[in-house]
Design a protein around this ligand. Structure first.
Ligand code: SF4
Ligand code: SF4
Length: 319
């Protein structure tokens, strides 16, 4: 297999951050689910959570910039004690807030206020629903997840989420159940819309198709089945140079629960931190935008997952 580094060198591609349009913050590893494909290796036994000091540092940095979008992720970020504070504070300074929600979290004890909270603060919801079939969703995310997810979507719809002209955005996320590339996003979105509407009366805005990232828990899952090498070969064979200009690390940075700064959530999980001129890691507590324009993006073979086929990012396919 040709390394990703050699591949982009031979293509003469530029792999540098152009700007920071999205500040993605990982509030922690704790989650009420423990999905097979989870690159964060989240689950109910994880205890790593962002400190209030680092949440304050995130807000301080955000306020010192004109970065328009705060993208909150986890784990299940809503289970962090400072989630509401972070959302309210970011909205108060006029930023767009996106929440990566696993849907089932609103049924956790004491969390039934969340749908109304999201509506009040115009939080954009990006919700995982890896299939429209119960069997596939429960296989990947755990028994009962599909039914809870459908119930949650109905609640969001009743509040106006996903409804035409409501201004309340509800996007869904698909990722393959097996070790293959996602199908064409537009076609799958039509299928999701038709089936969810016919069977459950559910509406939503857009479907984002993501390629599974072969790192951490998902890499272990593939290796145990002898599927890791074939999957990497599949990604490399389908490398598409046209995606290089669109990969999300060109205009996003990712902050870990412990405040370190990364090119993306995947590099965060691989501990490939952005480093400054003298090789030291950058931390949110002393971060400035100027520090982010110079360092080259830290790529590796996992970047094939972002650049295979139509490409993949936290916002779906790239081209
Ligand atoms: S819901 Fe999301 S964060 Fe939680 S285990 Fe599943 S993929 Fe990971
Ligand atoms: S994993 Fe994707 S987003 Fe992260 S550095 Fe590689 S190409 Fe960029």
């Amino acid at each position: 297999m040709q390394s990703f580094a050699d591949r982009i060198r031979s293509d003469g591609a530029q792999f540098r951050r152009r700007a920071v349009d999205i500040l993605q913050v990982n509030l922690g590893r704790y989650c009420n689910l423990a999905c097979i494909h989870c690159h964060v290796e989240s689950g109910p036994t994880r205890t790593e959570m962002m400190s209030r000091e680092n949440v304050d540092a995130v807000l301080c940095f955000l306020a010192s910039t004109d970065i328009p979008t705060l993208d909150i992720t986890g784990g299940a970020p809503e289970l962090h004690g400072d989630f509401d504070f972070l959302v309210e504070s970011a909205r108060q300074i006029g930023r767009r807030v996106m929440d990566r929600c696993n849907l089932t979290v609103i049924f956790e004890p004491g969390k039934n206020y969340l749908p109304e909270f999201f509506r009040r603060h115009h939080v954009e919801l990006i919700c995982s629903l890896p299939c429209y079939s119960l069997e596939n969703v429960d296989k990947q995310r755990g028994k009962g997840t599909f039914d809870s997810s459908i119930q949650a979507l109905k609640i969001f719809n009743r509040l106006g989420y996903g409804q035409p002209d409501s201004g309340l955005i509800l996007n869904l996320v698909y990722n393959p159940v097996g070790p293959h590339l996602p199908p064409a996003q537009e076609q799958l979105e039509q299928d999701y819309k038709r089936i969810l509407s016919e069977q459950f009366g559910i509406v939503f805005n857009h479907l984002f198709c993501l390629t599974n990232m072969p790192i951490t828990r998902y890499a272990t899952h593939l290796k145990l089945r002898g599927e890791y090498d074939p999957y990497m070969d599949l990604l490399e064979t389908n490398f598409n140079a046209r995606t290089l200009d669109q990969v999300m690390c060109h205009d996003l940075i990712s902050i870990g629960w412990d405040g370190w700064v990364y090119d993306c959530d995947f590099n965060q999980m691989l501990d490939l931190a952005i480093t400054g001129k003298n090789g030291q890691r950058l931390h949110i507590s002393s971060l400035s935008l100027a520090q982010l324009t110079q360092p080259a993006i830290k790529f590796g073979d996992h970047c094939y997952a972002c650049t295979a086929g139509s490409g993949s990012s936290c916002g779906g396919t790239l081209i």
